[in-house]
Design a protein around this ligand. Structure first.
Ligand code: GLN
Length: 392
């Protein structure tokens, strides 16, 4: 290995591995497989949203917006918290527009944690949160979500908190399990945040994708959590524009001031014309959000039926657009190996469950499928899986 390889590799990234989610996308492309790995839609964004973006570019909204976000978008974000959750958010002092919730999360952690602060994570967790905490030199403490319903044990959660806890990262609705935290669970988490003086950084990017009776309650909607909650969300999933990189962070004014400083030096700003278009997207009528939910419920049904037919076991997600499938009933034990064989031989890409676990043994029997795909894509994947897994 050349000397430079070690000399110029920072210790804080030494433990990074390639994102397995994005690696699976590359393998899917190489093998011509149906990609149920990386969570992005293969259907078009709504016409109204695309037209708004084209109009913004034609109207010369092509230079930097205000670094913390174009005013119409910040107002639209505040408006949507009022409309959906009855929350009052100050568009001038509490909203920062960022390059996707990915930047929102890392900017929030960089703005609020010091090296060796502890950050509590529910496991399984969305893979970015690991490197996010490493980039801050913070220490992770894990709390297990227990299958099949991915519930947590309050005693285990309490044991993860200490005087060193700076924050807990919540992801609700949850990727990869599809869990929607109940109001009771949020109360329990909030009680520990208060007791230990911790912040809750909550990634609510799937806030509008819930099923049946499951209802999304933002952590910041609990009045006593308002001054210690950082809410991260985005246009990506709600409007099927994951490539736009328009997200936002809502936090109390003094925390927002810190996040804005980090954001300013990290990226200056999110794409200006797309911010104006996102402002129009947020104002779409209620019927849009109802349709989004019912389309995703239909996609969920198609995928669940196929997975069950293929011999995998899965509990219906209550939110987001992923299913965690238990591969043991079909006679498999290693999700990593199965995903690599599947993408090559069955031509369906999924993500090994271990990507979402620190405890590799706990993650091994799971694989994650996403269903943010056209009905015909899901039906095709279903056919391939039912035939392919039986033959293996
Ligand atoms: N959030 C999506 C997923 O979990 C996409 C991840 C990404 O590549 N940014 O699959």
């Amino acid at each position: 290995m050349p000397e430079n390889a070690d000399r110029f590799r920072a210790a804080r990234i030494a433990g990074f591995t390639e994102s397995v989610i994005r690696e699976m996308t590359r393998l899917a492309l190489r093998h011509g497989a149906v990609n149920l790995a990386q969570g992005f839609p293969d259907f078009p964004a709504p016409d109204a949203v695309k037209e708004a973006a084209a109009r913004a570019i034609a109207a010369d909204r092509n230079q930097y917006a205000v670094t913390w976000g174009a005013e119409p978008l910040r107002r639209a974000i505040a408006g949507s918290y009022r409309r959906f959750y009855g929350m009052e958010v100050d568009a001038d002092a509490e909203v920062t527009v960022v390059c996707g919730s990915t930047e929102g999360m890392i900017a929030s952690l960089l703005a609020t944690t010091d090296p060796d602060d502890e950050v509590v994570l529910f496991e399984p967790f969305y893979e970015n949160y690991g490197p996010d905490t490493d980039l801050c030199s913070a220490r992770r403490r894990y709390v297990k979500l227990h299958p099949p319903d991915w519930s947590f044990d309050l005693k285990e959660l309490r044991a993860a908190f200490s005087q060193k806890t700076k924050a807990i990262i919540l992801n609700n609705p949850h990727n990869p399990t599809g869990k929607v935290f109940t109001a009771d669970e949020l109360m329990q988490i909030s009680g520990l945040c208060l007791e230990f003086g911790a912040l809750c950084i909550t990634d609510e990017i799937y806030e509008h994708i819930t099923y049946g009776d499951a209802m999304h309650v933002p952590m910041a909607a609990l009045p006593w959590m308002r001054d210690r909650t950082v809410t991260v969300s985005s246009a990506s999933k709600t409007y099927s524009v994951t490539g736009w990189r328009v997200g936002w962070v809502v936090a109390p004014p003094e925390i927002t001031a810190s996040i804005r400083k980090v954001h300013d030096f990290l990226t200056v700003g999110a794409p200006a014309p797309l911010q104006y278009a996102a402002a129009e997207a947020l104002a779409l009528p209620d019927s849009y959000f109802e349709q989004l939910k019912s389309d995703y419920a239909a996609r969920r049904r198609i995928l669940m039926e196929a997975l069950q037919k293929a011999g995998l076991h899965c509990t219906a997600p209550q939110g987001a657009y992923y299913v965690m499938a238990d591969i043991r009933p079909a006679g498999f034990a290693d999700g990593g190996g199965l995903c690599r064989t599947m993408v090559e031989r069955i031509r369906v890409a999924a993500v090994p469950g271990s990507s979402f676990f620190e405890d590799q043994a706990a993650g091994a029997p799971w694989i994650r499928f996403c269903f943010c795909k056209k009905y015909e894509t899901l039906e095709e994947a279903g056919r391939l899986l039912v035939e392919g897994l039986r033959a293996m």
